[in-house]
Design a protein around this ligand. Structure first.
Ligand code: BES
Ligand code: ZN
Ligand code: ZN
Length: 496
């Protein structure tokens, strides 16, 4: 969708020409193009445009001198006067995308400004913002929405002074954003169209497209391996469980990162049934699985070199069918630990425990990150702006916190002292699957911790951020695609 343009703004006669302008201390904002600056000056004098962040100005120019062709529309987007960073450019990209789509532009040319900042950060941010901001999910609409007057934006070209690495920055931004959009697509799919089998299918497709290895463990195989967690959770569902494993190998001497994502394609709560109000949102309970598969897609597409990756998505529904797990049942997880299932709605940790224990035993990773919509409690604690981070390793945490900050997906670390594990004591089994109500996000992580041993591990609880994430120009209502770009950034910046 994105490309670098050789055509400059002077000879561009397409749908939409876009400039970015800083808000000056005094006087009118400038784009560095004479006739446009003149128009901006007039509008600024009226008090209608000052270049504040998020402000914009849309112009419809007449033909140029001697009837020379000009762009059909000109858009000037304000950048404000605060610090220039990737998030600011991402937001500007999102604003450009949404305004382009509100007008009838099918393509645009964005003039990358000459500013005192890192050019590559700027290009990458803009490129991410444009792609993320263009996202719509219309698959199940049979009629055109009369309010959405715009056509689809098909192409955006950036015109930049020829800098080293600009084309690569543009591409990396696009790869990351397209992967996040794919995760949004998976989440938007209703649970009758997106089940465990769809995760396997996508894993296989990715493997073929990018030379990765995909293995899918089916139910008989899980039985042989003793994966009582995912098998137990699956008991009430008519669809079989699948455990999708995708491997991206660079070189044996590089460290191996294991990613595990919760792929619960619908969580009714099981016999501990959830209330019906809002239950439809539980089709999003697979966003962790979507995030890890799509992060793999981005890494493979960008051909990143430093880290071997293994992604595991345990996928099943949690439904109260006649064979469903009952409160009080005891299951045996992969590796032999027994768990008293006191609440069948605390199912995420059961499927993750099998995947974590199996992944660590089989692939001996140097570090593990799991991503899951695990607890309602993380929403009570952190709201919808920060993902909960819990870990047994400070270095891994610091690197994830930095990756999240760079990606506009902030994390917040919660404690995980061994005291919390005491809440998981069972009278009849090794563990129970729920603690008390208090500290629910922490006791959930404490449960997972029992299955990772000494391997450096971090758990991202994305229940608050996988959908209803802080709305921004490039974050729509509904699923956000959270954690895809953070994981991609983490791998890119990994220094072992
Ligand atoms: N999928 C839910 C967590 C969730 C809740 C995600 C709300 C997004 C929004 C998870 O499986 C669950 O039901 N957790 C329970 C755990 C409890 C029974 C200990 C919860 O958070 O209420
Ligand atoms: Zn649940
Ligand atoms: Zn769940």
């Amino acid at each position: 969708m994105l490309q670098l343009s050789k055509v400059g703004p002077r000879s561009y006669s397409g749908d939409l020409l876009v400039y970015l302008a800083r808000q000056p201390g005094k006087g009118s904002p400038r784009c560095g193009a004479g006739p446009v600056d003149e128009a901006v000056r007039r509008v600024h004098a009226l008090g209608d445009f000052s270049g504040k962040e998020g402000e914009h100005l849309l112009l419809y120019p007449e033909k140029g001198k001697q009837g020379a062709p000009v762009a059909k529309r000109i858009l000037v987007v304000g950048l404000g006067k605060e610090e220039l960073n990737r998030e600011l450019f991402r937001k500007a990209g999102g604003t450009i995308a949404s305004l382009a789509m509100k007008s009838k532009a099918r393509e645009l040319l964005l003039v990358v400004p000459d500013l005192a900042c890192d050019m590559l950060e700027m290009v990458e941010g803009l490129s991410e913002g444009i792609v993320l901001g263009t996202y719509r999910f219309k698959k199940y609409k049979t009629k055109k929405d009369p309010d959405a007057s715009g056509e689809v934006l098909r192409q955006a070209a950036l015109y930049a002074a020829d800098g080293k690495g600009v084309a690569k920055a543009l591409k990396l931004g696009e790869i990351a954003a397209q992967a996040a959009c794919k995760a949004r697509d998976m989440a938007n799919e209703p649970a009758n169209y997106w089940g465990p089998g769809n995760f396997s299918e996508y894993g296989r497709q990715l493997a073929v497209a990018h030379g990765m290895t995909c293995t899918v463990l089916d139910q008989p195989r899980m039985k042989k391996l003793g994966m009582g967690g995912i098998l137990g959770v699956n008991q009430g569902s008519a669809r079989s469980p699948e455990m999708v494993i995708l491997e991206y190998a660079v070189k044996p001497s590089a460290p191996t990162l294991l990613l595990v994502g919760k792929g619960l394609t619908f969580d009714s709560g099981g016999i501990s049934l959830k209330p019906s109000a809002g239950m439809e949102e539980m089709k999003y309970d697979m966003c962790g699985g979507a995030a890890v598969l799509c992060a793999m897609q981005a890494v493979a597409q960008a051909k990143l070199k430093g880290v071997n990756l293994v992604a595991i998505v345990p996928a099943t529904e949690n439904l109260p069918g006649p064979a469903a797990l009952k409160p009080g049942d005891v299951i045996t997880q992969y590796g032999g630990k027994t768990v008293e299932v006191v609440n069948t709605d605390a199912e995420g940790r059961l499927i993750l425990a099998d995947a974590l224990a199996y992944g660590i035993k089989k692939y001996k990773p140097d570090m593990v990150i799991d991503v899951a919509t695990l607890t309602g409690a993380v929403i009570v604690g952190l709201g919808h702006h920060r993902t909960g981070l819990l870990s047994n390793d400070d270095t891994l945490c610091d690197q994830l916190l930095a990756a999240g900050a760079r990606s506009g997906e902030p994390l917040w670390r919660l404690p995980l002292d061994s005291e919390y594990t005491k809440h998981l004591k069972s009278e009849i089994a090794d563990l129970r699957n729920v603690g008390k109500r208090d500290g629910g996000t922490i006791t959930a992580a404490a449960f997972l911790k029992e299955f990772v041993g000494k391997t450096p591990w971090a758990h991202l609880d994305i229940a608050g951020t996988a959908w209803d994430f802080t709305e921004k120009s490039y974050i729509p209502k509904g699923p956000s695609g959270i954690a895809v770009r953070t994981l991609f950034d983490f791998v890119r910046n990994w220094r072992g």
